[in-house]
Design a protein around this ligand. Sequence first.
Ligand SMILES: O=P(O)(O)OC[C@H]1O[C@H](O[C@H]2O[C@H](CO)[C@@H](O)[C@H](O)[C@H]2O)[C@H](O)[C@@H](O)[C@@H]1O
Length: 255
Amino acid sequence: MTDPASATRPASTDPIPLPPLGEAAVFLDFDGTLVDLAETPDGVHVPFDLFSMLERLHQRTGGATALVSGRKVSDIDQFLPGFPGPVIGSHGAERRIDGVFRQHEAVGTDELAAVKAEARDWAERQENVLVEDKPVSIVLHFRQAPGLLEPAGAAMAEIVSRHDGYELHHAKMALELHPMGVSKGGAVQALMDGPFAGRTPFAAGDDKTDEAMMEVALAAGGTALKIGTGDSAAPMRLETPSELRALLSAWLERT
Ligand SMILES: O=P(O)(O)OC[C@H]1O[C@H](O[C@H]2O[C@H](CO)[C@@H](O)[C@H](O)[C@H]2O)[C@H](O)[C@@H](O)[C@@H]1O
């Protein structure tokens, strides 16, 4: 029988098997991983020392530290202005690598506009559903209307069923409609095949969308860490973003 406590216990503890930073490629999710979740997307608190820690990781890994978020890249720029490494946004549908910014080809298409309009139209007929419009997707947030999550799931599934090439992603208290095939794993693989080649990857995340990047990290001989509860391919687990930040600080001291 599975021990319920094992869902939150680190699968591996002392010492956590992390490669020397000079040989590592570090992939970090943002919400729920580097910062605590908040009631609204704008409400997250960025600890004052997070930026300097990420900057040190960037330096110590020779530039091989990437932020890999479901947020749009411009959000990450707002929360962590001036982060010098690659920023993967919108779950991989936006990428800024070596200063070159690219977005998914769906941006600007009539089909994407129609998917967004239909989702927004449904949300505007409800109360307290927060709409987040991103370049390659639309997100409906339900922290202020948890009872609507289920009916919204059915309504959003119906919308994507009418638009070829779109899918519904169940996020934390949110539903996101985006083009099929968008994946953090694809973006992480591209970095491992490109500027981060030859390094040992470490990926940390808290959500289902992070599993794809963790699987890429594991397949490349690296390791992965899950924050919080829930199934994960990650062999390591911590409970909170603050524990991860402490681990990253200790890593910076260690190697
Ligand atoms: O991949 P991530 O960096 O973890 O981004 C995932 C989504 O994060 C945001 O939504 C989540 O965090 C909000 C703030 O804590 C929370 O209110 C919401 O319930 C969560 O789903 C962001 O708003 C989304 O665009 C990201 O996809």
